[in-house]
Design a protein around this ligand. Structure first.
Ligand code: HEC
Ligand code: HEC
Length: 210
């Protein structure tokens, strides 16, 4: 009897070792996520300001982002920018160390955690303008004021403002690939309301700390 129990514990251990997703079920973070939280914060909510929070993302979005970082080899020679994908300062290098299965484990783990928002310093006039611009140009894909992650768009509400600013600049200068409809809308917004409209929407997203 005792031997049988020992054996099943042993089998469970083996099963966990060979099925990395099993680790993601419990509360303890998977070991491989340990490296990530050093930068992205406890359970993936960053203390900012230039490192994005990665908690609460849809599993598909997370995998999509990691694969763009990992597999994009169209480097222009400048390691910050990729011709046909996601520019990164560090993630391009980090993502290369992980297999598809490991990325999936991390996606499930971080995806199950809440996106914790910090209070950020915002300009209320910009927030007000940003709210209207968001409705007009961005809500279609970044639904509920940017709170929900649909169609791999990520979560914008409460994301760190310097990070948002940088990513929009990257889009704008064409170094980060975008769905065509988003670049069209971003350009339309900037043409009509000027470059400062970018800061308006960034302030709007940064103002949401709930
Ligand atoms: C040394 C700090 C650092 C470490 C460690 C790190 N990251 Fe990142 N991560 C960043 C930065 C900075 C960015 C923004 C893109 C860039 O500049 O590389 C980012 C971006 C991301 C994004 C995209 C977020 C978005 O909204 O676009 C994901 C997903 C991500 N990291 C996942 C991970 C995972 C998973 C790990 C652990 C395997 C990890 N990161 C480890 C610094 C780090
Ligand atoms: C047609 C749908 C669509 C519209 C409209 C749209 N977006 Fe996006 N957005 C996306 C998708 C998809 C991504 C993810 C791109 C990728 O693969 O990196 C994204 C990513 C982003 C990111 C980066 C998020 C991150 O975590 O890295 C920001 C910032 C952003 N959008 C801002 C905006 C703003 C501001 C507007 C309005 C001017 C807007 N978007 C309109 C679809 C859209």
């Amino acid at each position: 009897m005792a031997r049988k129990a020992t054996k099943s514990v042993f089998m469970l251990f083996i099963a966990l070792m060979f099925n990395p997703t099993a680790w993601a079920v419990g509360d303890a973070p998977p070991l491989i996520a340990g490296t990530c939280v050093g930068c992205h914060g406890h359970e993936g909510s960053s203390m900012g300001p230039s490192i994005p929070t990665i908690a609460g993302l849809d599993v598909e979005t997370f995998i999509h982002m990691m694969k763009i970082y990992r597999d994009n080899t169209d480097s222009l020679g400048d390691e910050h920018f990729f011709l046909d994908g996601h520019p990164s300062t560090i993630m391009g290098r980090i993502a290369k160390g992980y297999t598809d299965a490991e990325i999936e484990v991390m996606a499930k783990y971080f995806g199950s955690k809440p996106f914790v928002r910090q209070v950020q310093k915002v300009d209320q006039k910009k927030v007000k303008r940003g709210r209207i611009l968001h409705q007009q140009y961005c809500e279609k894909c970044h639904e509920q004021d940017g709170h929900v992650d649909v169609d791999e768009g990520g979560i914008l509400a409460g994301q760190w403002m310097p990070y948002l600013r940088h990513s929009i600049i990257d889009f704008n200068i064409g170094s980060r690939k975008l769905p065509r409809d988003m670049s069209r809308r971003l350009r339309m917004m900037i043409r009509r309301y000027g470059q400062s409209s970018v800061d308006d929407v960034v302030n709007f997203y940064g103002s949401q700390n709930y």
